[in-house]
Design a protein around this ligand. Structure first.
Ligand code: ADP
Length: 396
């Protein structure tokens, strides 16, 4: 039987999922945390069991070796020859990668060169790719790009209204992210609508720790909220989303140390969003419970987040000239009925209405009333499966 691993490597973590393909059956999955920090943790889940090991994991090569050794040690596989493909999620593919691609040294170098567009992510992806090449040199590696789905955006959406030379010299433009997730849930939404994907207008809301919203017309991304990097768009856990760009020179004038690009990136990527406004947490569960306990900062953080999501939905109804369905997915979108209710309750003028009996924790599918003109769906995203499917399609 042939097995494929989906890899999602972050700067200090590596999530993986092992599939029997083409059956699309999950054999095992795991998470390796604290790579490059002390006391690394490798968790493997398989056959209803969960195994955990704590050991130093200095880099991604060691993480990949631990993952592969665990598969043998726990008798999840008998032999490495069962693994016939590895798929890597890659956050930034720039203008170069318009679709999933089999990777060799040339592609790895290009992905490394694109690190400026995803400084937290691309270097980690490259480290994981090199580790797999070293340990399993004969296996096909495929890169699946978060940006690929958005390469269908028209220039009117992806260009910024700044001098041409910044686009021509440095390709400063909107690339978006979470493309694999937006594409998958839009396809699933068309099935729920019972209509061919080509005839649908769908707004997909991927609301996790990172969050983005996409306008999908006929199955193609026509606009998305994230920008040059995953910092743009709606407010997120620790990221600001869209701002008046004049805020940056204004702050540098007052705190000259912020002229350091790395410090600035930190302010907007790691100290903003829900965390910046609540002052306590970037996690939506904490925000909701703090607000319910009377914390005014947490309430403002929640309300601002909802406000930004509503405005993007409104924008994209205009971009699409109508909408058939709104989809909620990812950590907050899939799990928080409170959040979904807050977003949809003041959008009734667009024909949106939630059924409170359906909008409950743990639900998936249609959560709108029978009369609602526009459907609201909860669709769990499955980026790992999409990655495994692309590996299956592209491997020789
Ligand atoms: P990432 O972007 O890291 O992949 P996830 O998609 O896992 O993020 O989403 C993480 C977010 O989902 C966190 O803010 C977390 O609080 C939120 N979340 C998970 N479960 C719930 C829940 N039951 N209610 C509200 N928020 C939730």
């Amino acid at each position: 039987m042939s097995k494929t691993i989906s890899i999602n490597a972050g700067s200090s973590s590596l999530k993986w999922q092992l599939y029997n393909m083409p059956e699309e059956e999950v054999v095992a999955k795991g998470l390796i945390e604290r790579i490059g920090i002390d006391n690394g943790i490798s968790t493997v889940k398989f056959q209803g069991k969960s195994e955990q090991e704590v050991t130093d994991i200095p880099n991604h090569t060691v993480a990949v070796k631990i993952l592969l050794e665990d598969l043998l040690r726990l008798h999840i596989i008998d032999n490495y020859s069962e693994i016939t493909g590895v798929g890597h999620r890659v956050v930034a593919g720039g203008e170069i990668f318009k679709e999933s691609t089999v990777i060799g040294e040339k592609e790895i170098q290009l992905i490394e060169e694109l690190s400026a567009l995803a400084p937290l992510h691309n270097p980690a992806h490259v480290a994981a790719m090199r580790a797999f090449q070293e340990v399993l040199p004969k296996v096909t590696n495929v890169a699946v790009f978060d940006t690929a789905f958005h390469t269908s955006m028209p220039a009117v959406a992806y260009r910024y209204p700044i001098a041409n030379r910044y686009y021509e010299d440095y390709q400063v433009r909107k690339y978006g992210a979470h493309g694999t997730s937006h594409q998958y849930v839009a396809q699933e939404a068309a099935k729920l609508l019972g209509r061919p994907l080509e005839d649908t207008k769908i707004i997909t809301c991927h609301i996790g720790n990172g969050a983005s919203i996409t306008a999908v017309k006929g199955g193609k991304s026509v606009d998305t909220s994230m920008g040059l990097t995953p910092l743009g768009g709606i407010m997120m856990g620790t990221r600001s989303g869209d701002l008046d760009p004049a805020i940056i020179p204004f702050l540098i004038d007052r705190e000259p140390e912020l002229a350091d690009a790395e410090k600035l990136r930190n302010v907007f990527n790691r100290e903003s969003g829900l965390l910046g406004i609540s002052g306590t947490s970037s996690d939506m569960r904490d925000i909701i419970s703090a607000w319910e306990a009377g914390d005014e900062h947490a309430k403002l953080a929640f309300d601002m987040y909802v406000d930004r999501v509503k405005k993007y939905i409104g924008q994209y109804i205009a971009v699409l000239n109508g909408v058939d369905a709104i989809v909620f997915t990812a950590g907050v979108g899939e799990n928080s009925d409170t959040f979904r209710e807050a977003v949809i309750k003041d959008l009734t003028c667009f024909g949106l209405e939630l059924d409170p009996a359906k909008n409950v924790f743990g639900v998936s599918g249609d959560i709108s009333t029978a009369d609602a003109k526009v459907k609201v769906f909860v669709i769990p995203t499955d980026e790992e499966l999409c990655i495994a499917r692309d590996v299956e399609r592209l491997k020789k």
